[in-house]
Design a protein around this ligand. Structure first.
Ligand SMILES: C[S@@+](CC[C@H](N)C(=O)[O-])C[C@H]1O[C@@H](n2cnc3c(N)ncnc32)[C@H](O)[C@@H]1O
Length: 426
């Protein structure tokens, strides 16, 4: 009998006392499976047949699900996915961080399909498989699963898959285009073509035609991210998304970090601002601020907001976004928040703090907080394990109370757990 689900969507069973992780198996099920690996402490395997299905099991809606590595939970009904993520969050907080929130926040949810507004697709030229393949990596290999549709992509991006494959197939060196990055903003869509060889005039015309026919902006990337430039139309229209609760419009470059799920992001920003209980007397810090997604919303309610982020390009965009939204009470600084330099601002008198770090968490900045640090901290996390570790420090060492926590289903159909937690200084 499968007992629970791991953070990477495998079923956990104990067979003769030995922990076994089984891909494709759900809690409560009895399955027949094949072993992949037998290790001293645990075994792994893949489901071959479901003998007694869970009542939450559904037929995966996408035909590519069995091979594509883009999704891992399509066989679980959407409401049960959210429940599973909340369980993983609760267990990780308890076991890793030895903390429990006083209150569980209602999960933040958006549509379970068609939500992805950014995707980096792999491209491979494999003549014996029919030519150009465009898609996500396979689940267990570095091969590409060729996709002609995708359940999770914004439908405007999903519709680009077949013409994208055809267009790349017409290039002089389809084998020298390893990746295409797609973006769907509120203002329109874009594709960034990474190419390893100079493109011929005929190649440029194929890509221009693709952009024109599909009414998107095409960018070229001949080298590192700083080489991205528009091919068509020129000048490129600005990509942007809107946060209606704050009347904030954010311009983004086509390879900038953005929260992948627009509907969930809008609710997440509103939730964060609500939990921080901002008032005009507040001086708020937004760490790992990106292009100002939370910062500008905070600035609509706080007296002053300071955003910090490592990527100088994002900081440039954040400053420009503050100007176009006529927000004069916000400043930004580029700094490495995992390093020791340039973090003097942390010892200032900040009343509220928003943290939204990468998977590695925010321990370095948390350790540098002064004893009379912010009254309220909202921590947005994409990794329950580091959230739990950092929570333990905030609670046990700095004396904060974990007031509330909840999941935000930023990546439905996948096992990624995004969450939000509120800490209050006791
Ligand atoms: C989860 S994203 C959040 C971005 C932003 N808060 C948003 O909502 O769009 C994490 C951010 O941390 C930034 N980052 C990564 N490593 C960093 C570091 N060492 N110091 C500061 N920022 C870093 C990334 O560039 C990215 O913008």
């Amino acid at each position: 009998m499968v007992e629970s689900l791991t953070h990477d969507a495998r079923g956990v069973a104990h067979i003769d006392g030995k922990t076994t992780f089984i891909e494709g198996a759900l809690p409560g099920e009895r399955v027949r499976f094949r072993y992949h690996n037998k290790r001293p402490r645990y075994d792994t395997g893949t489901t071959l047949e479901v003998l007694e299905p869970s009542s939450d099991r559904i037929e995966p809606p996408c035909p590519h699900y069995s091979s594509c590595g883009g999704c891992s939970l399509q066989h679980l009904a959407a409401p049960a996915q959210v429940r599973a993520k909340q369980k993983i969050l609760a267990e990780t907080l308890e076991h890793v961080g030895r903390v429990e929130p006083r209150q569980w926040l209602a999960p933040i949810e958006g549509p379970p399909t068609g939500y992805r507004r950014r995707a980096r697709l792999g491209v491979r030229f494999v003549p014996k498989k029919g030519g150009v393949l465009v898609g996500f990596r396979e689940r267990r290999h570095s091969y590409i699963t060729p996709l002609d549709s995708c359940l999770t992509l914004d439908p405007r991006l999903g519709a680009l898959l077949p013409p994208l494959r055809d267009t790349i197939g017409r290039l002089s060196r389809p084998d020298r285009m390893p990746q295409v990055e797609l973006s769907a903003a509120d203002s329109g869509c874009a594709a960034v073509f990474r190419h390893l060889e100079p493109l011929t005039p005929a190649d440029l015309e194929h890509l221009r035609l693709f952009a024109e026919t599909n009414a998107i902006t095409a960018y070229l990337q001949p080298g590192n991210p700083s080489t991205v430039h528009a091919l068509w139309p020129r000048p490129a229209p600005v990509l942007s998304y809107y946060l209606p609760d704050f009347d904030v419009n954010l311009a983004v470059a086509p390879t900038d970090f953005i929260q992948v799920n627009g509907a969930v992001n809008r609710q997440l920003v509103t939730q964060a601002v609500t939990l921080l209980e901002l008032i005009p007397a507040d001086r708020a810090l937004d760490l790992f601020c990106g292009l100002g997604n939370f910062t500008l919303a905070l600035a609509r309610h706080a007296g002053y907001v300071f955003g910090v982020e490592a990527d100088a390009g994002l900081i440039e965009r954040a400053r420009a976004n503050a100007r176009t939204n006529a927000l004069a009470n916000v400043e930004f600084q580029a700094a490495d928040l995992y390093g020791d330099d340039g973090l003097e601002f942390l010892s200032g008198r900040w009343t509220k703090l928003l943290l939204d770090p990468p998977r590695a968490g925010a321990m370095e900045v948390i350790k540098a907080l002064p004893a009379d640090g912010p009254q309220r901290i909202v921590y947005v996390s994409c990794n329950p394990a580091t959230l739990a570790r950092d929570s333990e420090y905030l609670v046990r060492v700095l004396g904060y109370r974990l007031e509330a926590a909840g999941v935000a289903d930023m990546f439905p159909q996948t096992s990624h757990v995004e969450s939000i937690a509120l800490f209050v200084r006791a």
